[in-house]
Design a protein around this ligand. Structure first.
Ligand code: GLU
Length: 300
């Protein structure tokens, strides 16, 4: 079986041109390396996810000319597989954590730990302390990483090394945590090439490490520079016309949006009509612009 790339949106809002551009890059890299290309709906956050939004996201990706191989993966249908991975790690590799977000943020960290890294507060509690804490708060479950160091080599960022913290595997509402679900779903769907926005670069050493612990090879990683607004912040819905529906309301069709994305990737010139197949012919990963695409006032 050949490997696969994927695009894995969270269906919490319509895709904007930054998301669409990352999806285009993921498709180009997967298809130009002979891979299948999968779509995975990351809907574990039930309160923020909507099937209608997922359907619109898929329609937008298809409108740009991306295609996907079957099956379509839906994270919320795979809870048993996520739980099985926790079981496979074994009880000695995990521990319950009763900390609130605030306690984690305020705790003193060991030197060299990145912001947001868990300082290990609940790692060595006695059974008696656990029983008491459990009555106060339902626990999350963390992995015991033992201060492991992990390097991943990103296609565009080069080697990234980090000390893996005791990150969350299962949230305290029982939902599998993002890092666990991504690793299990990528591995079990045959994904060996991960392309996504570079806001997730920091998560990749954790994920590569966890894959290894579960007996899977880590995928290759490529983190794409984000699209920023005029203030240098990550593009968001409030930044003007940024979704296909908003742009269509301004008379800009999906074909024109694809041209603008292709220009930002230095794969087309102003006003030039392009298809995904043509972009695939022109695509050279070594030439991906490394600086963010800055959009002031949306795409219009
Ligand atoms: N679902 C995540 C997002 O929409 C992406 C996760 C991933 O690609 O690993 O930001």
């Amino acid at each position: 079986m050949t490997g696969a790339g994927r695009y894995a949106p969270s269906p919490s809002g319509d895709l904007h041109v930054g998301n669409l551009r990352t999806a285009v890059v993921a498709w180009l890299l997967a298809r130009s390396t002979g891979r299948r290309f999968l779509l995975r709906i990351e809907d574990l956050d039930r309160d923020r996810s909507s099937t209608a939004v997922a359907e619109r996201q898929i329609a937008d990706l298809l409108a740009l000319g991306l295609d996907f191989d079957e099956p379509r993966w839906v994270q919320s249908e795979r809870l048993e597989r996520h739980a099985a991975a926790i079981t496979a790690l074994g009880p000695e590799r995990t521990y319950e954590c009763y900390c609130t977000r605030r306690e984690v943020a305020e705790a003193v960290r060991a030197p060299h730990q990145p912001p947001g890294a868990y300082p290990g507060t609940c790692a060595e509690l006695t059974e008696q302390q656990r029983q008491r804490r459990r009555r106060e708060r339902p626990p999350a479950l963390r992995v015991r990483a033992g201060g492991a160091e992990q390097t991943v080599t990103d296609l565009w960022h080069g080697p990234v090394t980090a000390v893996v913290d005791d990150f969350v595997l299962r949230r305290n509402d029982g939902t599998p945590a993002y890092n666990l679900a991504v690793v299990v779903d990528d591995a079990e769907s045959g994904v060996d090439q991960v392309v996504r926005g570079d806001d997730l670069l920091d998560s990749s050493p954790r994920q590569a490490w966890l894959a290894g612990e579960l007996g899977w090879p880590a995928p290759t990683y490529g983190h794409v520079p984000l699209v920023l607004n005029g203030e240098g912040r990550r593009l968001a819905k409030r930044d003007g016309a940024v979704t296909l529906a908003e742009l269509a309301a301004h008379g800009m069709g999906a074909d024109q949006v694809l041209t603008r994305i292709a220009i930002s990737l230095e794969l087309a010139t102003e006003g030039e009509p392009v298809t995904m197949a043509e972009l695939r012919q022109r695509w050279d990963p070594a030439r991906l612009p490394r600086t963010p695409w800055v959009l002031t006032g949306g795409l219009r």
